[in-house]
Design a protein around this ligand. Structure first.
Ligand code: ADP
Ligand code: MG
Length: 348
């Protein structure tokens, strides 16, 4: 499908490695004071003065993490940046620089990589991060993209996973399950397309969830909001795998238990209706779906008045003693042990 979109196909071999790197990176502008030297030397040079530096990296592999038959390359570039920025924000830090490494097979023309880099550039500009380096190499099979993100945070503002205490409130930003249901819709449309390529998919009723899958946004705004509200989370993690496993990570690190209330889990109406259509339980999707890139954090009870009116934040439960264990309190008011794969499988 990538071939269809680009009339022009410039062979990567025509440019050579350095020509390619120059071509792809020529538009990047330095925005951060902490960037002393960006692309173009043996290494980038950064200066953070008295700040703590956070570093995080993710590797995305074609066929494992993304499918180019429905993932436009521009979106892939954008998403590859977002998944890393999300990890920086989960430390309550400011994202400042990224590096981009790609391995690419010769089935991709230059125009395809231009699309990928257009998405990276948009993300970098919008979130105010500098692209300060990377690596470019060839691959025998598909496309691999690895992003490393760097951020800064002062010592008294950094938030780890391990600070949650009994009676703290468990809070989540945005809503959950959208990215997973968006993927279900895209997978279904792909099958329909395979059977009959003349069938044009109608994604109109699924705009929100498809966007959640293809163009997630890291919650930079939530880090800013919490600062404005003068709320420092006691623990924080981003939701890349699904609410259930992230709660387990946070509670295990903090050596606490929790009660999560099923009826408090924020769901978009489109997630609910699409779950009905696919005959999947929406709570299961929120617990196990993944790729939502929302922030999950705990706050002290006394901070509740500061966040309670905010539509971006939902209190979904509270922290208990470790010995009490981790539970989902269902709508029927029964307690079920929280497991990484939820309390029932997708295939049941
Ligand atoms: P080296 O031989 O030292 O690895 P390269 O020739 O690979 O250097 O890279 C030259 C410059 O371009 C470096 O600053 C490097 O970080 C940057 N760079 C290389 N590949 C990419 C890429 N895919 N995206 C962004 N920057 C890159
Ligand atoms: Mg190199």
């Amino acid at each position: 499908m990538i071939e269809d979109k680009n009339q022009q196909r410039t062979d990567l071999g025509d440019l050579g490695e350095f020509g390619l790197i120059n071509h792809l990176t020529k538009n990047f502008k330095i925005q951060q004071k902490s960037t002393i030297k960006g692309i173009g030397d043996d290494a980038a040079v950064l200066e953070f003065k008295n700040k703590r530096v956070v570093v995080t990296t993710d590797l995305l592999v074609e066929g494992v993490h993304f499918d180019l038959s429905y993932m436009p390359l521009k979106h892939l570039g954008y998403k590859a940046v977002m998944v890393n920025l999300s990890d920086v924000y989960a430390m309550n830090a400011k994202a400042t620089q990224i590096t981009i490494s790609i391995a690419v097979s010769n089935r991709f023309p230059l125009e395809a990589l231009e699309e990928l880099y257009a998405g990276i550039e948009t993300a970098a500009k919008l979130y105010g991060v500098d692209v300060v380096g990377g690596d470019t190499t060839s691959s025998k099979t598909g496309l691999l993209i690895s992003v490393t993100a760097i951020g800064e945070v002062s010592n008294d503002e950094v938030v780890y996973r391990n600070g949650a205490k009994p009676n703290d409130l468990l809070v989540v930003s945005g809503d959950l399950g959208g990215a997973y249901m968006g993927l279900q819709v895209l997978e279904r449309e792909k099958e329909v397309y395979k059977v009959n390529p003349n069938n044009q998919p109608d994604l109109e009723p699924y705009t929100y969830i498809v966007e959640r899958q293809l163009k997630p946004e890291a919650r930079k705004d939530i880090v800013k909001l919490l600062k404005e509200l003068k709320v420092k989370p006691t623990a924080m993690i981003d939701i890349s795998d699904g609410l259930s496993s992230e709660i387990i990570h946070l509670c295990t690190s903090s050596k606490v238990g929790c009660d999560l209330y099923e009826n408090k889990i924020p769901l978009d109406p489109q997630v609910i209706s699409t779950c009905e259509e696919f005959n999947i339980d929406s709570t299961t999707v929120a617990l196990n779906g993944g790729e939502d890139y929302e922030l999950l954090f705990t706050i002290k009870q006394e901070d509740f008045p500061k966040i309670k009116a905010n539509p971006n934040l939902s209190v979904i439960g509270y922290i208990t003693e470790e010995a009490a264990g981790l539970h989902l309190v269902t709508r029927a008011d029964t307690k079920i042990e929280l497991k990484a794969q939820g309390w029932k499988n997708f295939n049941d």
